[in-house]
Design a protein. Sequence first.
Length: 85
Amino acid sequence: MCSRRHGGGRVRSTTPAEDRYIVLSAKRNRRTKAQQVANQFLAASEKQISRKTVARRLRGGGLYARRPVVCVPLTRQHRTARLQW
């Protein structure tokens, strides 16, 4: 019987608990950069991780580096013009 082996990839540098800590520390202050989160993680756990690793963990946790689009507010003239159209 021939069965496929699992787990042929590289060993992850962080545990699932450490992943949750990274996401939580980024959610506490949404303006921190990935390098700053990596430095906080180093101070907390004495484990060095790269900026890219932090970015991947944040992406896995649903946090993306995107800015919300600021729309131009519609004036009263805009609204009446749209209604007439």
